[in-house]
Design a protein around this ligand. Structure first.
Ligand code: EPZ
Length: 431
């Protein structure tokens, strides 16, 4: 059986302008929230990536109609008549769990396959359940399925999340939208994608204040008052940040439009600390470099802290910088697999629990490597542009989950990179 791979060749520099797509990690939840709109919602600026295709299949399975026109989705949820999502789809994409809050809000019940873990961690959902239990939801397990019921109906609650979980904040907020009374969510996640979701919910008739801060207040409204709406997805700060790292890596300048610099504050601070030139205005961000990279320490934290989804990309910069860096991963329990692949290319990294000591000034050589998650995959392609020779990146389905035409965009910036299909024999020659 053949396999599609990405081949990256050493590239002197990349420069130019890239328009970021809409944020994957918002669009997926806007799609599930449309269940509460009970009609034809339009979601604009939706990236054409495989996770969106899977979520479209999830919504279709429960009875919605999803049509795509370029980067717009027309989702008719008036015909949603099921509250169960199948394992085969949830196992493909954990974010399917984001149907839980809207389904319980709309039907008072749901039967959702438990999402499995993934390469970067166990990805538990205990905080989702604890949050929704404060709203009157009761959960039982049924052969790998999570069964939610509301025997006494939904009611408001005062929720304090143990950790500012993005998913738990989203599911609880969507469920509380139609829970009678005044709900508060404290220690809520503050990511821009949460704020984007709340804006869409309010456009559909919800009364939500404070989204994007750690304290969210929700005045529940009757489901009958919720209606479809039109919304444009916020720009993808992680996709944009990935291309800006490319500018920092090879010199640039690379400009990204469609992402607010506010949403990349900490990564831009770190790029400046590493010796990069960073300029931005309201509509675009430009990163270039004329001096050698300087080591800096990175610690990932919930927003507005440094985003875990840019950790691998910055670890690559640290591997090339003058001096040693310590990268600390505080969000996921197992998100250093990228380091193991980068070491195959010549990086010198020591992992100690959730710290990675990255020795700088590595000389990277092209090698066959494997993407372990979408961000590590994207970072490996960038590594291949810097390394001597040719780098073959496998398991590129991870990258296609979150980056629309990643190779095409990099080529637009001048990168020597292409997608190829290898035959069985060629693959076994790599093993
Ligand atoms: C979202 O995942 C994003 N995914 C992730 O992006 C992102 O890395 C993450 O938020 C953090 O910003 C989507 O939005 C689809 P969490 P999510 O709940 O919601 C633990 C990418 O590359 N936790 O904030 O799953 C959890 O195990 C992806 O685009 C519990 O223990 O993240 C993790 O260690 C990767 N119990 C930490 O909290 C819970 O109930 C953060 O998880 C929930 C979470």
């Amino acid at each position: 059986m053949s396999e599609e791979i990405i081949v990256a060749h050493q590239t002197d520099n990349i420069s130019g302008t890239i328009q970021a797509s809409g944020a994957k990690n918002s669009a997926l939840k806007l799609m599930t929230a449309s269940i509460l709109g009970q009609g034809k919602s339009i979601i604009k600026n939706v990236p054409d990536i495989s996770d969106i295709h899977v979520m479209s299949a999830v919504l279709t399975t429960i009875g919605a109609k999803v049509d795509r026109k370029d980067h717009e989705l027309l989702i008719d949820t008036s015909t949603v008549d099921k509250w169960e999502t199948p394992y085969n789809l949830v196992s493909k994409m954990r974010a399917s769990i984001s149907v839980l809050g809207p389904l319980v809000g709309r039907f008072g019940r749901a039967r959702v396959a438990m999402p499995g873990g993934c390469q970067i961690g166990a990805r538990k959902i205990d905080m989702h359940l604890i949050g929704m239990e404060q709203l009157g939801v009761e959960f039982t397990m049924d052969h790998g399925y999570l069964v939610a019921t509301t025997p006494h109906g939904l009611h408001a609650g005062n929720i304090v999340l143990e950790f500012p979980s993005v998913g738990a904040t989203e599911n609880t907020m969507m469920c509380a939208t139609v829970a009678p009374g005044h709900t508060t969510i404290d220690n809520a996640a503050c990511e821009p994608e949460i704020h984007d979701l709340a804006n869409f919910l309010c456009e559909m008739g919800a009364h939500i204040k404070g989204a994007g801060t750690s304290s969210i207040e929700i005045e529940g409204v009757p489901l009958s008052q919720m209606h479809p709406a039109e919304h444009s997805t916020v720009g993808d700060r992680i996709e944009g940040g990935t291309f800006l790292v490319g500018g920092a890596l090879l010199g640039g300048p690379v400009t990204v439009t469609g992402v607010s610099p506010k949403h990349l504050h900490m990564p831009l601070v770190k790029l400046r600390q590493m010796g990069c030139d960073v300029d931005y205005d309201d509509t675009s961000i430009t990163v270039g470099r004329t001096k050698p990279l300087v080591a800096t320490d990175i610690q990932t934290l919930p927003y507005p802290g440094f985003p875990t989804d840019l950790q691998a990309q910055f670890m690559l910069l640290c591997a090339l910088a003058k001096g040693n860096s310590i990268v600390t991963e505080n969000v996921f329990e197992n998100r250093f697999m990228f380091a193991s692949e980068l070491m195959r290319m010549g990086a010198d990294i020591v992992i100690d629990d959730h710290h990675a000591i990255v020795h700088g000034e590595s000389h990277l050589e092209g090698a066959p490597v494997k993407a372990t998650d979408l961000r590590a995959g994207a970072a490996l392609v960038l590594a291949g542009l810097e390394a001597d020779g040719k780098t073959i990146i496998r398991n590129i389905h991870h990258i296609d989950r979150g980056y629309e035409d990643y190779v095409g965009n990099l080529r637009k910036l001048g990168a020597h990179v292409e997608r190829e299909t290898l035959s069985d024999e060629e693959i076994s020659a790599l093993e």
